[in-house]
Design a protein around this ligand. Sequence first.
Ligand SMILES: Cc1cc2nc3c(=O)[nH]c(=O)nc-3n(C[C@H](O)[C@H](O)[C@H](O)COP(=O)(O)O)c2cc1C
Length: 445
Amino acid sequence: MQGPTYAAPRPDAILLDFEGERQDIAVYETAGGYAMARSQAGRPFEEIVQELKDSGLRGRGGAGFPTGLKVSFIGKGSRYLVVNADESEPGTFKDRELMLRNPHALVEGCVILCNAIGAGAAYIYIRGEYATEALVLDAAVAQARQRGYVGATLPGAPGAVEVYVHRGAGAYICGEETALLSSLNGERGQPTAKPPFPAVSGAWASPTLLNNVETVATVPFILAMGCKTYSELRTEQTTGTRLMSLSGNVARPGNYELPVTATFGDLIDGCGGGVPAGRSLKCFIPGGSSAPILMPDQLDVQIAVETCAAAGTMAGSGAVIVIDDRTCMVQLALRVADFYRHESCGKCTPCREGTRWMVELLKKVESGQAQRAEIDLLLELCDRMEGKCLCPLGDACAMPVRSYLQHFRAEFDAHVEQGGCPGGAASPFGALYPELKRSLPLVPA
Ligand SMILES: Cc1cc2nc3c(=O)[nH]c(=O)nc-3n(C[C@H](O)[C@H](O)[C@H](O)COP(=O)(O)O)c2cc1C
């Protein structure tokens, strides 16, 4: 399916709109880099907060919380900045490319925010699997230190800023902010109750500003172009550009930076070339695997926070996964639920037991051993998981499964009626779950 081509070039792309990479600090400086770290170092906290509020920037980690407001909450005392580089939501790989190709944008964002809130150190908590990205960041920090942006006091700044790259051990739950902070503090990476919020008690029980990589890397650009210019690119409640990770059954997967006014059709068809020839779009996941799906007639939904919410889903982490007509929704549900089962930290019972039970039920449906009542039981299980835990990991498992059932109930029923997956041998799924393959009916591909 080939849709309209997204109008290129895009003068509104700011984070990745260049050829090659800018790992070398000289290249970044030539492009105007670190000018804001220098010029904003002595700017009062209130002014930077106002600038960020006026820019309309919303956090890019998933919840879309207004960044200026979050910065304004920071408590008194010794403070820290923590950058969430855990990037574990399935389908999301934008922070990775940003850190690889434009690492100094992140380091500069750290220096600016630390000076604004009076923090002496920033910790970039990066997922364990991102070994190369961690090395690239280490090198970028070393270069910034040589140039006096890190480890020295910039003129007018409240003090010197240190930037540490801290590698996690590769647990999805450590992307959740309180679990991340527990892990950073040397404790088991599990969520804790809020309040206290990180702005009051975070890293080493001190006031902590915690933001996503893309959020922090956007700050120098906002200050450089001015909040007014940045906020002109807007929907009603969302501004600027977003890095969108596009994957799944699409001709040209990859990261694309789009204005928030763009639609999912612009991304999937215009940038991604649509679903490969001979197939058709069945549905798409708009904001990471935990987001409820959207249907082909919703390609005109804009990628902004409030437009996604109005369409019954969430913009989430900006990860769009395209699903074509060959996909079995029960298999997809099982694959997604099994991810969350594996990643549940086990602290809260509804999540620990609910995700496991969800997987068992879906295996029964997929292998044709379920009763029809057990499909209703799946929905009941969703009710018992959503909003019942310290963090939304259980919700992340229940929300997509509920949406697959809502839109493709007949497909689930067909598994019961036909005693197995109607897709049968056409699917490569058996390789992932060999115990199910045996019970699948043999349908020629
Ligand atoms: C289970 C779970 C996993 C999360 N994983 C990530 C992640 O990998 N990266 C991220 O930036 N935010 C993640 N978040 C959101 C963070 O808790 C937090 O809201 C975000 O980092 C705040 O930054 P922002 O305001 O810049 O978006 C996750 C949240 C939950 C509940």
